[in-house]
Ligand binder design. Structure first.
Ligand SMILES: Nc1ncnc2c1ncn2[C@@H]1O[C@H](COP(=O)(O)OP(=O)(O)O)[C@@H](O)[C@H]1O
Ligand SMILES: [Mg+2]
Length: 264
């Protein structure tokens, strides 16, 4: 078959699949409209792909529509809850900011620099970071799959209600929580080899009384030239939050040293 014909056939098949799938999602009218309103066609195709691959069964609703991504609540085929993070492909400001976090990372030596590819690499980076965190036993969402600008992970919370953010609740035992959190940061550094880079009371949930660190897209390997500065920033942010809620924190420099070299 000549090349052109082959390509046409392929396009036709994709078109057909797309139609079928939109019908499928149409059964759940409300949800389809949520996605249709926000996402371009490659993103929709990506969602269908993950449904076909049996990673996602249903998308139930939006949890949060942020500046860079929306997070959806979904279910897998065993009825387990999922968090589905879908990055927007159209926010160019944010794209510029991503480059410095991707460049110099040996995991992404050769990445394409057109705008969609950068977002896809960003998604893959968050997935890889979550994998590193998981294998180090960090309390974080478990990575399940990714495709294009879509990241699927375990849902932290219950029945579609996400676990509260650290900033939203008053802790039973702030001192103990601070100790647990600084342990997690230390294990993240020493066992996973990562610096989170955007750590704050907004990116930590409280679940079963323990800290769950999430939002790992900008996290860096600890040997990256920017890692040191990011770690310092994370420590300062966390310390000032805990000072505010009355914890007698370690000083910034001592904590930094302990995170980097304290026995893990
Ligand atoms: N794995 C998850 N389980 C439950 N809720 C989540 C999960 N990941 C994110 N969320 C919810 O979505 C919100 C935004 O997620 P985040 O990854 O921080 O995205 P952003 O890039 O918008 O900051 C969080 O504040 C949290 O409420
Ligand atoms: Mg966040």
């Amino acid at each position: 078959m000549p090349r052109r014909e082959r390509l046409e056939k392929k396009a036709e098949a994709m078109e057909r699949q797309y139609e079928e799938n939109s019908l499928m999602l149409n059964k759940d009218q409300e949800e389809f409209q949520v996605t249709e309103a926000v996402f371009d066609r490659p993103t929709l195709e990506g969602i269908y792909r993950l449904i076909h691959r049996k990673i996602i069964d249903k998308i139930k609703g939006v949890l949060k529509a942020g500046k860079e991504a929306s997070i959806y609540w979904g279910l897998d085929y065993d009825g387990r809850e999922l968090a589905i993070k879908i990055y927007y492909t159209s926010t160019s400001e944010f794209r510029k900011g991503m480059m410095k976090y991707i460049e110099g990372d040996p995991r992404f030596k050769r990445f394409r620099k057109d705008s969609k590819s950068i977002i896809y690499t960003w998604t893959q980076k968050e997935y890889s970071n979550l994998q590193l965190a998981e294998s180090a036993g960090i309390n974080a969402p478990r990575p399940i799959s990714f495709y294009r600008n879509i990241l699927v992970m375990s849902f932290i919370g219950l029945d579609g209600v996400p676990a509260p953010l650290l900033r939203e609740i008053s802790l039973e035992d702030p001192n103990q929580f601070y100790d647990q959190l600084t342990d997690e940061i230390r294990f993240l550094y020493q066992k996973a080899g990562l610096v989170h880079g955007d750590l704050s009371e907004y990116n930590i949930m409280v679940w079963e009384k323990k800290p769950v660190i999430f939002d790992f897209s900008q996290a860096m390997l600890k040997f990256h030239p920017l890692a040191e500065e990011l770690l310092r920033h994370d420590i300062e942010t966390i310390n000032s939050y805990f000072v505010k809620i009355g914890v007698n924190v370690y000083d910034n420099i001592a904590l930094m040293e302990w995170i980097k070299t304290g026995e893990a």
